[in-house]
Write a protein that binds this ligand. Sequence first.
Ligand code: FAD
Length: 797
Amino acid sequence: MRGFSRRSVFEIATGVFICRCGGNISGTVDCDRVRDAVKSMVGVTTARVTEFLCSKPGLQIIRDSIQRHELDRIVVACCSPHMHERMFQNVVEEEGVNKYQLVHVNLREQCSWIHEKGATEKAVRLVKGGIRRALALEPLEEKKVDICRDVLVVGGGVAGITAALQLSEGGFTVNLVERNFSIGGRMAQLSKTFPTLDCSPCILSPRMAEVENDGNIRLYTGADVMSVSGGPGNFRVAVKLKARGVDSDKCLKCGRCAAVCPTEVPSEFEVGLYFRKAAYLPFPQAVPSSYAIDFENCIKCGSCVEACPADAINLEGESQFVEFDVGSIIVATGFDLIDERKLRSFHPEHPGVINALQMERLIENELTEGKVLMKEDGSRVKSIGYILCAGSRDPNRGVSYCSAVCCPYTIKQAILLKKHLPYLRIYIYYTDMRMVGRGFEGFYKEARDKEIQFIHGKPGELTPLPDGGLEILVEDIDTGHMFRNEVDLVTLSSAMIPSKGTKEMASRLGIALGEDLFIASKHVKLDPISTLRKGIYAAGVATGCKDIHDSVIDARAAASHVVNFIGDGRLNLDPYKPIVIGGCDKCGACIEVCPTNAISFKGSNLEIDLVSCNGCGACVSNCSKGVLRLPNYTSEVILEEVKGLLEDIDDEVALIGFFEDNICYTAADNAGTARIQSPTNFRIIRTPSTAMLSKDIIIKTLALGADGIMICEVEESHEEEIAKKLVEEVKVELLKIGVEPERVHLRPMVLPIFKVLPNFISDYTETIKRLGRIPEEKREMLIEQGALLVAPRAPTH
Ligand code: FAD
């Protein structure tokens, strides 16, 4: 393989391939000018512009050039590396080039899409930075390690259940962790399901029973994942099991405990409409099929213990902890309904106002048992008003997105209500009717044929009436007709929001949330099931509102991803892991700073557990003896890129952003995809983590011509703490020589707020503009302070 014999910079053969991206890049970047500006740089053998670099003909150009020019470095300048880097790496590897000597320059999301003017000049610098980086890269080899073949599935709704069963079928051992005392999730609460109207428990219960009887699935209910350590392929998971108080193996489900229990509380399963006891069965088809004690409400009177014929109850039980290893994780933590206090104008506290999940329970409990709906005063409910988009598509009251399933489930409920109680008058107030699934349009038509009245308008508020009913006043926006209806019952088709558990799991697993606070996908279109962290996938409503059909598709896809990822139980470790290169004085700084406990002493030698190591580089930047090195992220390599980015600066000021790759760089990409403009004099360097940055790198970046540096790191991460410390230290150094400390700035970031990232960048650029360029004499002092710049491996131009 080319690249493994070290060549001098004059022997290196680099191919530069610039993509027009069908106008996406060439619309604002003059690609030919970029090529001409870089083609005679030392080390560049060929520079080409193509229309679509990622297409087969585009890739063929790279392949042919590698063979013709014996290239050993490749620079592709096209879309974001998050799109196609792996594909380009595979292609160059097939042609015999070490894939870690490929540099992917982002000319689209972080250049052409965010600059109307000056994009070409910035593109030239970005490509020069890429070329200089490429020249400094060393060939790397991946190591294969054994990984754990077991899987963790978090969340036992229909998505989690489906994924667990599919993995079990494939022979994998699955740890299914569900927070409630039964699996089933929201689907277990539904009456019938649209658009086929098949009975929800009838299709879900057999799958739940399969889980209970499946020898490959270890089911943990009443369970919470407390921590996840290690890394992809070998995660260590700690789970807390709430005391259940009832031994599931012994429980006969006779119900005597509940019969004698004196405490009644609203049932969560019945969404507060009915009561349950503190000794309770979560619902009739619950799995595990066993009663449980609600210790938050149990008064420990002991009646249940006495009544239990199987001696299954222990009121003194305590929470337990279990730990296990898994190679991969699926997050299927589902949704909650919006907090109805936000929908105050719809009077959610009024006894005549319920939400759609409560209506599911009413339909299931009352209508299928032949009863009618009753008002508080004991008379019949004769009219119902449905308010769609209650909190959805309404950023002032709730969320800005569409909850996707409210239109079809409202129609489902209306059809079921009409079927059981034909005398009901039903009004559906809608913003837009969205019935996009297969068979949904016919379903909608069926509802219209059943004399259900659809009114195209969303009421702003409801007025409670003295007789217990509610008045709904709204203008139909199609006809201009004002409707004033009095109804006995209002059902809010409330917004679906990410469950509390989704947010908790995201933070425990270090996976990003999107703008809507559902779990962010690696790529919305091309890789929707992968999260931004390798080996962790997400399914069902955890990634956004969807119906059962789509949740099941997600779950099956997630299971397939896990199978692919775990493969034969061996994993290629990426080679960006620290290497011990010298004698260590055992100061222990690296051990202290390592977030994954991957470093230890074996006798007098430092040992790094490559599987646990997440490659953040904190150990390297904190080693005062220079004993550790992070291949291809050494200060030497980083500063080569800096030099390219800052070459021939004619800008008012020049800024460098060191961006953590997973979340912060993605945030910049997302802002680019949203075409949010930002200043051209800000250039981003992608680093797996900013923890690898040292004082040395920052000072030298200023010495090389930067006037301001933004370190962008994940908010509330261990790495943010390290970056804070670094920024403080650098500020002290800058003050010593009279350089303004604001020239180094830490920007904590989370993905949901990506749209404001360009504002942060613009504001910081303005701050630096006010300070102006660093005067040359200060720059000289910075060079001295930076313990003199490293001798460059690649020549300057
Ligand atoms: P969920 O059903 O929400 O399951 C998630 C599970 O994860 C829950 O059991 C939860 O307790 C658990 N969990 C959460 N956090 C954690 C954690 N940190 N640790 C452990 N466990 C955790 N769709 C249809 O196709 N047809 C219909 O007729 C239909 N009707 C609907 C009616 C209403 C009123 C609503 C609101 C939705 C309806 N839907 C319908 C949508 C359907 O409910 C969802 O598509 C489906 O429930 C999604 O399943 P899920 O497994 O992704 O999430």
